[in-house]
Design a protein around this ligand. Structure first.
Ligand SMILES: O=C(O)CCC(=O)C(=O)O
Ligand SMILES: [Fe+2]
Length: 337
C-alpha cells in the first residue's frame, strides 16, 4: 500500500507500557498540530460492526423517497432527520450528498425553561418506520464513538501537559453527540462535484468511517491531499472548539469531499463530539514550550467562534440547514438579517 498522506495512530498504545503511552501522546500532539487530521487504529471497534453500520446506511438510503421524507430534518427544530440531496449548504453552495442525522436521544425542553436559543437543540430523534433496526444500532454505535472521543480528549489534555480533568466540565454527564450517515452519489454530467464544500468542523473532535471509496480531501501545507480509506481505521479531525481551547496550537483543518466518479457511490458515517451544550470551552494554559508554537485561533469574520458550546453548535447548524432555520428559528434569522 502507498504510504498514507496523514499520520496513523494506534490507540491501543494508550493501554500499553509507559513508553507506548508516551509515544501515542507525542504522535497525537504532533499529528493534531501539524495536520489537524490523522487515522486511528487500535480503537477496539470490530470491522464487521463497522461494515454492518455502513450496510444499514445503504439500506436506509435505498428506501423510497417518501419514507425518507417522512423523517426529513425540516420537521425537526432539533436538527435531526433526513436531508435530501442539495438540502445542505456549505460556503453558499449546495452539497451533492444525502444524509441522516441523529443526536442524543432526549426530550425537548419545556418552553418555560428555555432561556437561550441553543436549548432548542435538545429533543428527540426521528426514526424511519420502514427500518426499525436503525434506532438501536445507531444509538449504540453513537455511544461507542462518543466513548472513544472522550478518551481522545483526555489524551489531548495529557499531551498538552494539562490537568487531566481540564475538560471534565465539558463532558461529565454526557457530551453532546451528533452522528450522520452520508451518501455521496457519483458525478453526473453538468452537475457540481461538491460532495461537501471545504469547511471546518465546529465541535471538539470528529471521527469519520468511510467505505472503500475515496473522496475525502484535507488541506495541508503541501496543498490538498486525499485521505484514502484504510480498512478498519477511522479518520479523526480536530474541530474549532479544540483549536479555540488550545489558542490555535491544535488545528481545525479545512476539508471537503469530492463526488465519486460517475456510477459509483460513497458512504460514510461521521461522528461529531462537541461538549455539553451548557458548558464553556476552557482556555488551556499551555506550558511555555508549547505556547511558543500556538498560532492563535484563526479568525474568519464570516465564522465567529464562541467559547459557549451551545452558541457555537447552533451557529453551525443554522448556517448548514437554512430550511430548518427559516422554519423553526425565524426570530434568530430576523435578528441576523
Ligand atoms: O464524508 C466524509 O468523509 C466527511 C464528511 C464531513 O467532513 C462532514 O460531514 O463534516
Ligand atoms: Fe467535516
Amino acid at each position: 500500500m502507498k504510504k498514507p498522506a496523514l499520520p496513523v495512530l494506534d490507540m491501543s498504545q494508550l493501554n500499553g507500557s509507559a513508553e507506548e503511552r508516551l509515544s501515542f501522546l507525542k504522535a497525537l500532539r504532533g499529528a493534531a498540530r501539524d495536520y489537524g487530521f490523522f487515522y486511528l487504529t487500535g480503537h477496539g471497534l470490530a470491522l464487521e460492526k463497522q461494515k454492518a453500520i455502513l450496510d444499514l446506511a445503504r439500506t436506509f438510503f435505498a428506501l423510497p423517497e417518501k419514507e425518507k421524507l417522512e423523517v426529513q430534518m425540516a420537521n425537526s427544530p432539533h436538527f435531526r432527520g433526513y436531508t435530501r440531496m442539495q438540502g445542505e449548504i456549505t460556503r453558499g453552495k449546495p452539497d451533492m450528498r444525502e444524509q441522516f442525522d441523529i443526536m442524543n436521544e432526549e426530550k425537548a425542553l419545556a418552553p418555560a425553561v428555555i432561556h437561550h436559543a441553543w436549548q432548542r437543540l435538545h429533543g428527540p430523534n426521528q426514526w424511519p418506520a420502514a427500518l426499525p433496526a436503525l434506532k438501536g444500532a445507531l444509538l449504540d454505535w453513537q455511544q461507542r464513538l462518543s466513548d472513544i472521543t472522550v478518551l481522545l480528549l483526555k489524551a489531548f489534555a495529557e499531551a498538552l501537559e494539562q490537568d487531566k480533568d481540564v475538560f471534565a466540565d465539558n463532558v461529565d454527564g454526557g457530551p453532546y453527540q451528533h452522528m450522520k450517515l452520508i451518501r455521496y452519489p457519483g458525478q453526473t454530467q453538468g452537475s457540481s462535484n461538491q460532495g461537501v464544500g471545504a469547511h471546518k468542523d465546529p465541535g471538539y473532535l470528529t471521527l469519520v468511517m468511510q467505505d472503500g471509496q475515496s473522496g475525502l480531501e484535507v488541506q495541508t501545507d503541501k496543498g490538498w491531499v486525499s485521505a484514502e480509506p484504510i480498512e478498519g481505521a477511522f479518520v479523526v479531525n480536530i474541530g474549532e472548539l479544540l483549536e479555540l481551547a488550545s489558542n490555535g496550537y491544535l488545528r481545525a483543518t479545512l476539508h471537503r469531499v469530492v463526488s465519486p466518479p460517475a456510477g459509483i457511490e460513497r458512504l460514510s458515517c461521521a461522528f461529531f463530539m462537541a461538549a455539553r451544550l451548557d458548558s464553556t470551552v476552557p482556555h488551556l494554559a499551555l506550558p511555555a514550550h508549547l505556547a511558543a508554537e500556538a498560532k492563535g485561533p484563526e479568525s474568519d469574520p464570516a465564522n465567529p467562534l464562541f467559547f459557549e458550546v451551545g452558541e457555537n453548535v447552533l451557529k453551525g447548524r443554522l448556517r448548514s440547514h437554512t430550511d430548518v432555520a427559516a422554519r423553526h428559528y425565524p426570530d434568530l434569522m430576523r435578528a441576523t438579517a
